[in-house]
Design a binder for this molecule. Structure first.
Ligand code: FEO
Ligand code: CA
Ligand code: CA
Ligand code: CA
Length: 648
């Protein structure tokens, strides 16, 4: 399933046509204003805004390399940009190389069977093999030549996984599919200068959609989390649709459950979904994966609360294969994209999180307790107690910058009362989306990854695209989501007041509006001035910083390379200098893939990058093995031929 235009589920809010056309008009006149003022676009706005000046100053103080930077020429990035590509391969810049570390179906243990391309893999084999559709991942170092790579396995492509292409699903096929979901934890070792998977690694572990996990935090044990199989409301089998990720300074991995709704349904024609099911997008006729047909747990009519037990951030100790993954309910119940964790100046832990659906929200969690660098055990439950907030972005006259505020999602505040359908804090958390609407958050263009700059506290979030903006569901064209039907996506950034991530206010602006300046000669669809014919892309999704403050951007967009998207080619990875705004293309992926997932070794000389679903929807790809081979999602290791730091 192409991730470009799914997520079309929300129908909870309404807006009128006349309202949105006024807003579209006002967005256009903003653009005209920028042009009349002699500014080519947002890049100019970006360079002259007070927020960008503050960011530029702190960046150049933090990284000596930017000192000599001119406004539009980066010295932070030392590689030569590559052109767009439609080839069925991965291309990296001159002086770089890529190798395939691991692909879907590769054995992870000495006794695991080899990948079988025939499409008849039993669950018993798949649960010892690398999962499918690798997404977010984190490298945890052990020593200079060894580390643990924790990798999300988001979903499966039935058309590629099964000989019958998903047309004749059986109970056994569903078990295989469940075994291909979750997380793959692998030891990787540097041998003769190359990173490889160590099948003998004692920390190797598969966590699947059937691995025992625990719910913890304020909602654990809530009546809405209890099922016939689990009267405690705390014991869940599995994690699934593990999209992007995060990591903690105490050495744990955070895996984020995203489109869990896709696995629930029912054959009971008389069943009426409740408001909760509608808000989270349950479709009763679940045709694609068919788990509800063959595994009763996913039948929403028989087990209506099971869906509430997915859609959480899950904390895993990658160094202890016997540990139980914990679903941290304090971080909210949404279609979680990633979890960008930062230790605040006062020691509290702040986690930024997006809910990837059209017109949903951006969140942050602030812990009550403080991080203790000297005592790993003391941090074990830091993510169980704290305050969740939803973001509201204000803009005077719909300017493309402004002030923002964080609205608290605490029972008894901001309308979150029993009278309004929230009996207690557990219910506020389980109904995070409804709570955010009640509190008055700003509906966003599908918030995907959030990334925090390593030294100046600026936070960036990809807003991937949104065909509903300005069209329906009370998603008005506004300052922070300035385009109707936003086909290209953009990146917003903000600076917390006083550089305090716990502050309830911030200043924001737009870092980039992706666009197509070769198709649109003017207007917001051309993109901001840091978008050119040479670096065009659409649908920014994966996002991360390296230690020097280079911003890495990965795309999950329309790869047809025609019409609105002509000249963009396959999905790709770019690198940006946050202080100058310059963006350079770094990598292009194979046919019908998404580029997602990035992490580095501590010396930043190896970068792991994910290629997800090459050849989806049976578009022809043979990546990575070539020939007539079956396409397989894979993790790449990217290094420089001269052994230098990636990107520099
Ligand atoms: Fe799994 Fe929103 O991407
Ligand atoms: Ca994806
Ligand atoms: Ca994503
Ligand atoms: Ca996406």
């Amino acid at each position: 399933m192409s991730q470009y235009d799914d997520h079309d589920y929300s129908s909870h809010l309404k807006n009128t046509d006349s309202e949105f056309s006024q807003l579209v008009e006002s967005a256009m006149s903003r653009r005209q204003f920028l042009r009349k003022a002699g500014l080519a676009g947002l890049g100019a706005f970006f360079i002259t805004s007070p927020l960008s000046q503050a960011i530029a100053e702190s960046s150049s103080a933090a990284t000596a390399t930017t000192e000599a930077a001119k406004p539009s020429v980066s010295t932070l990035m030392g590689f030569k940009a590559i052109p767009m590509s439609t080839a069925d391969t991965v291309v990296v810049p001159e002086g770089y190389k890529y190798e395939v570390l691991v692909s879907w179906g590769d054995p992870m243990f000495a006794d695991a069977p080899a990948f079988d391309a025939a499409g008849k893999t039993p669950a018993s084999a798949q649960e010892k093999q690398f999962g499918d559709n690798n997404d977010g991942m984190t490298f945890f170092p052990i020593d200079e030549n060894r580390g643990v790579l924790a990798v999300n396995n988001e979903y499966i492509n039935p058309e590629l996984m099964f000989a019958h292409q998903g047309k004749e699903m059986s109970a056994d096929d569903v078990k295989t599919a469940q075994a291909a979901h979750g997380v793959s934890i692998i030891e990787v070792v540097k041998q003769d200068g190359r990173w490889v998977l160590d099948k003998a690694g004692k920390l190797n572990r598969r966590i699947t959609a059937n691995t025992p996990t625990e719910l913890s935090g304020p909602a654990a044990g809530h009546a809405l989390l209890k099922t016939r199989a689990d009267a405690t409301g705390t014991k869940v089998l599995g994690t699934m649709n593990n999209c992007a990720n995060g990591q903690t300074p105490w050495g744990t991995y955070l895996t984020c459950e995203e489109n869990f709704n896709n696995y629930f349904g029912t054959a009971d024609a008389a069943f009426k979904p409740d408001e909760m099911m509608e808000r989270y997008g349950i479709e009763l006729e679940e045709k694609r994966y068919q788990w509800s047909k063959f595994d009763e747990r996913f039948d929403i009519a028989k087990h209506p609360n099971e869906m509430n037990r997915f859609g959480w951030v899950v904390e895993i100790d990658p160094m202890n294969p016997a540990s139980t993954p914990k679903k941290r309910t304090a971080l909210g119940h949404i279609k979680h994209e990633n979890a960008a964790l930062v230790v605040n100046n006062d020691g509290r832990v702040v986690v930024y999180m997006g809910d990837d659906e059209r017109g949903e929200y951006l969140y942050k969690f602030v812990s009550t307790g403080k991080y203790n660098a000297n005592d790993k055990a003391a941090n074990a439950n830091l993510l169980d107690e704290g305050t969740l907030y939803v973001a509201k972005f204000n803009a005077a006259n719909n300017e493309l910058k402004g002030k923002g505020e964080w609205l608290e999602l605490t029972h008894g505040k901001n309308g979150l009362t029993a009278d309004n359908g929230f009996a207690d804090q557990g219910e506020v958390l389980i109904k995070t989306r409804q709570a955010a609407t009640k509190a008055g958050g700003t509906t966003m263009d599908r918030p995907e990854w959030v990334a925090v700059h390593p030294s100046n506290n600026t936070v960036f979030c990809t807003l991937t695209n949104n065909k509903n903006r300005g069209k329906k569901d009370n998603q008005p064209v506004d300052g922070v989501n300035p385009r109707s039907e936003n086909p290209y996506g953009h990146i917003v950034r903000w600076q917390p007041t006083g550089s305090d991530h716990a502050a309830t206010s911030f200043d924001w602006d737009l870092f980039v509006l992706a666009g197509n300046p070769t198709v649109h000669k003017e207007g917001l669809m051309a993109g901001s001035s840091n978008i050119t014919a040479e670096n065009m892309f659409n649908s920014p999704d994966g996002l991360g910083f390296d230690k020097d403050g280079r911003l890495w951007i990965q795309t999950d967009g329309n790869y047809k390379n025609e019409k609105e998207f002509a000249g963009m080619g396959n999905n790709q990875m770019l690198c940006a200098d946050p202080s100058t705004g310059e963006i350079r293309r770094f990598l292009t992926g194979p046919v019908a893939c998404e580029v997602t997932g990035l992490t580095f070794t501590p010396d930043y000389k190896a970068m792991f990058v994910g290629i997800q679903h090459p050849g989806e929807d049976l578009l022809v790809s043979h990546f990575p093995a070539g020939g007539e081979s079956k396409p397989r999602s894979s993790v790449l290791v990217i290094t420089r031929v001269d052994g230098g730091v990636i990107g520099s």
